[in-house]
Design a protein around this ligand. Structure first.
Ligand SMILES: NC(=[NH2+])NCCC[C@H](N)C(=O)O
Length: 212
């Protein structure tokens, strides 16, 4: 699991100071944390299915104390914005992928919280944090994961058109579309459909020369 997010979203119900569930999803899924999670009525369907060693964060910049402790205690691989600044996005993606799967054989789940991007690119979201990924860095992550041929599952979180004005909505949705396009194999160098051919002039598609 490659978790691209400004936040770690790994609070337990007891470490969370906000009580907001959107800051807790990973704690319900990570096997190692189950002793710290009490039964939540209505959420019995959730199966802890993730090992700490199979998660890599990219883009963190707002991590609560309990979350930081959990990340260190469980040894979860995390590339905060400091690492992105220090090493650049190419290194960070390479390191994350090598850590998760040195042989390069496992299927990849990408969880992309739109608030990983800088708020200037994703203003319509609930918990924006300044100093985020550029669209180039976001797209690069997706291009690289798609190019492995093993990107089997993607979720985009926290796009919230009820926040901000129409312009904010448009900017946010366009960023999300760009991220999704690159997950589906869109490349900035351009693409063409399979079996593409350069059109040959015939009498039906003849393009008249411009008037001189
Ligand atoms: N998915 C999100 N927007 N998460 C933000 C979480 C913020 C904060 N760490 C909390 O637990 O409340």
């Amino acid at each position: 699991v490659v978790w691209v997010d400004a936040h770690a979203d790994i609070n337990t119900p007891l470490t969370s100071s906000s009580g907001n569930m959107h800051g807790m999803p990973l704690s319900f899924l990570v096997k190692e944390l189950q002793p710290y999670i009490s039964k939540l009525p209505g959420f019995e369907f959730i199966k802890p299915c993730l090992s700490a060693k199979n998660i890599a964060y990219i883009g963190l910049r707002d991590v609560d104390p309990g979350e930081r402790y959990i990340i260190e205690k469980l040894g979860i691989q995390s590339f905060s914005m400091s690492e992105v600044d220090r090493h650049g996005i190419k290194d960070v993606v390479e390191k994350a992928m090598h850590y998760l799967d040195p042989e390069g054989v496992k299927p990849i789940h990408l969880s992309f919280d739109i608030d990983a991007l800088d708020p200037s690119l994703a203003p319509s979201t609930g918990t924006p944090v300044p100093g985020g990924l550029s669209i180039r860095e976001g797209n690069y992550i997706c291009e690289e994961l798609a190019a492995t041929g093993r990107l089997t599952c993607v979720d985009i979180a926290e796009v919230n058109p009820s926040l901000g004005n129409e312009r904010d909505n448009l900017i946010t949705v366009n960023s999300a579309l760009s991220i999704i396009t690159h997950c589906f194999g869109g490349r900035r160098q351009g693409t063409y459909p399979k079996n593409y051919q350069i059109p040959i002039p015939t009498h039906t598609n003849h393009v008249a020369p411009p008037p001189s």
